[in-house]
Design a protein around this ligand. Structure first.
Ligand code: 3HC
Length: 316
């Protein structure tokens, strides 16, 4: 009979030997719990993340931009479904996941609690928000939990399109009129530091990183990924002839310095006091309520199908 200690040793040995943990494998309760926490928050982020961009579908400057924005938003819905399904393999139901979001129990990425005020924001969201998400998600392609790692592979491919369409929006504006250039720089200035906070608090304030690194849920820390993102964006922004606030090359470290981030502000947004927290949650609750009839109809149809198949089996 395997004792818990023995099971824990087998589990950690799999992690150490890069063997993916699958839904039916034994796993420590704390591993399951932190994965449900992280994957569900990731899924919530995808779904809530559709809202700032959804607000611009009717206001895109061309049909081409509308098509790209619609495709991106639809992708995000699919990412959410992928990730909710990955979370469900750990023994939590979709209803529980959504209830935790709607009651404010579950978190979603702080970045989606900021308003998208101008068309340039659609570019900044694609370039900076999806760019930061890609930096994190490429790492998660190697996470130790099988379903999560596999979900990331497809998500990262689609995020690359999101990132490029955002950068192209900014590139177009950066080559336009003075007013368009001004709108472009103003948007980058507004989204830059909140995007850096997407990577999570500084490592010394991170309550989950130590265990996540031991269990290879995370492969790099918040600060390591944040720095990598800054170094990449600082080179890309040169093609826009724009600047990133407080970003300066540091010859001695071989990286870009990015100034102080306001972590009190960050925690305040995470706690629900950001510019759009209430608006975002109200929108999600309203959408869930308005969509109840679709769920009921789908469940009724599935039940009818099940009864029909059972009667066919009886008569066969
Ligand atoms: N927004 C809200 N909460 C955050 C946060 C953020 N940006 N960063 C950290 N937190 C929370 C954590 O959830 C944790 O709280 P909890 O224990 O109650 O869950 C607390 O702050 C301490 O942070 P830690 O660093 O200890 O937490 P993690 O180890 O979980 O690391 C993370 C944070 C790097 C965001 C990690 O959770 C992660 O990799 N999540 C999955 C990826 C993800 O969510 N990406 C962002 C959104 S996806 C997206 O942008 C969609 C794209 O299509 C646009």
């Amino acid at each position: 009979m395997d004792t818990t200690k023995n099971l824990e040793e087998i589990f950690q040995s799999k992690i150490d030997h890069e063997i993916k943990i699958e839904p039916k494998d034994w796993m420590p309760d704390a591993y399951r719990k932190t994965l449900i926490r992280q994957i569900s928050q990731h899924a919530h982020s995808e779904i809530v993340g559709m809202l700032p961009e959804g607000n611009w579908i009717t206001r895109t400057p061309s049909l081409r931009r509308k098509v790209a924005l619609l495709a991106k938003i639809q992708d995000e819905a699919g990412h959410g479904l992928y990730l909710y399904s990955a979370a469900e393999t750990l023994g939590i139901t979709r209803d529980q996941l959504l209830d935790e979001l709607h009651t404010g129990k579950a978190k979603y990425s702080s970045i989606f609690n900021y308003p998208a005020l101008t068309w340039a924001d659609m570019g900044s969201v694609g370039w900076l928000v999806d760019g930061a998400a890609i930096m994190n998600q490429v790492m998660l392609c190697r996470t130790s939990y099988g379903p999560y790692a596999r979900a990331m592979v497809r998500i990262c491919k689609e995020e690359s399109f999101h990132h490029r369409q955002g950068f192209e929006i900014l590139l177009t504006l950066s080559q336009g009129t003075e007013a368009q250039k001004k709108m472009c720089q103003e948007s980058i200035n507004r989204w830059w530091k909140p995007a850096l906070m997407m990577f999570g608090p500084p490592d010394e304030q991170s309550s989950n990183t130590e265990m996540s690194m031991k269990w290879k849920i995370k492969r790099e820390t918040n600060d390591e990924l944040r720095q990598r993102f800054v170094d990449v964006a600082a080179e890309q922004v040169k093609f826009l002839n724009m600047t990133l606030p407080d970003v300066v090359w540091n010859e001695s470290t071989g990286h870009y310095d990015f100034g102080a981030l306001d972590w009190d502000h960050f925690w305040n947004v995470v706690k629900g006091n950001g510019p759009c927290n209430k608006q975002r949650l109200d929108a999600r609750i309203k959408a869930h309520e308005n969509g109840a009839w679709v769920r009921e109809a789908a469940l009724a149809f599935a039940e009818k199908q099940k009864i029909r198949q059972q009667s066919q089996v009886k008569t066969a």
